[in-house]
Design a protein around this ligand. Structure first.
Ligand SMILES: [Zn+2]
Length: 253
């Protein structure tokens, strides 16, 4: 398998393990058993997302398992929690998922939790591939061709459905989420601002919006022509649960 060109995000001393098309970079301080264990979960999440949306990933996939937050800080120049996972890079030459080791935080060894979070990231990767978006951590999303509300809504809704947690989520959080009028761009701002109090509600809103959209349109149809997404934004008010035609989406502060 060819080497993917994002060395800056991977510590130079890390070893490489390949499994079914996934290149995993890991510290030699970590047992290969741990690496193989998480690779299985990664493959499962990838398979489930592909099946759910009827899509096969095109970009080569690499995973960096940071041994600790010192290593992730050194490569990503950002202080991350040891339970955090993210995608620092996705381009035509490949995508990189970054996670932390089980040694850094035992929750990273929790299969169900990782399956949930990895599925969410795989939906993002599929959204980006099919829309021709590219991402490099710190680029302020200039290469994104999908609005955050749709990107996060799809990632959240589809990963919840895959892991059987959808009903739970919508019942417990949706109802309280509606209070103040918002446009898609305002929702995008909430989603992009990690310190915002409205971020959780914004996630609930976009999950619900995407649920309604996917009841009528398949995932792949969304990306067939560029006009589809702006059409959805125009009719946005219809997508909120219980909303009347023309109502705007509201979220609480
Ligand atoms: Zn996300």
């Amino acid at each position: 398998m060819s080497k993917i060109s994002f060395p800056a995000f991977i510590p130079s001393k890390y070893a490489l393990h390949n499994l079914n098309g996934i290149s995993s970079y890991y510290s030699r301080k970590q047992g290969l058993g741990d690496v193989k264990k998480i690779e299985k979960v990664i493959l499962e999440a990838k398979r489930k997302v592909e099946k759910e949306i009827g899509y096969s990933f095109l970009r080569p996939l690499a995973v960096c398992i940071y041994f600790d937050t010192k290593d992730s800080f050194r490569c990503l120049h950002r202080e991350l929690s040891s339970s955090m996972l993210l995608v620092p890079y996705s381009g035509s030459d490949g995508s990189l998922i970054a996670i932390h080791s089980e040694t850094a935080n035992p929750v990273n060894g929790d299969r169900d939790r990782m399956l949930r979070h990895l599925s969410h990231e795989f939906v993002h990767l599929a959204n980006w591939e099919v829309s021709g978006s590219v991402k490099k951590m710190g680029d302020k999303s200039i290469g994104m061709k999908i609005p955050p509300w749709l990107d996060e809504g799809l990632a959240e809704f589809i990963s919840l459905r895959i892991t059987g947690r959808l009903a739970n989520f919508l019942e417990s959080r949706m109802v309280t989420a509606i209070a103040k009028s918002c446009t898609p761009r305002q929702i995008d701002q909430f989603l992009n601002n990690f310190d915002s109090d409205g971020r959780t509600e914004a996630f609930a809103i976009v999950t619900s919006v995407v649920q309604v959209i996917l009841a009528k349109t398949s995932w792949s149809e969304l990306f067939k022509d560029a006009a589809k997404i702006s059409e959805l934004e125009k009719n946005w008010g219809r997508y909120i649960g219980g909303g009347r035609r023309g109502d705007s989406i509201s979220i609480s502060e």
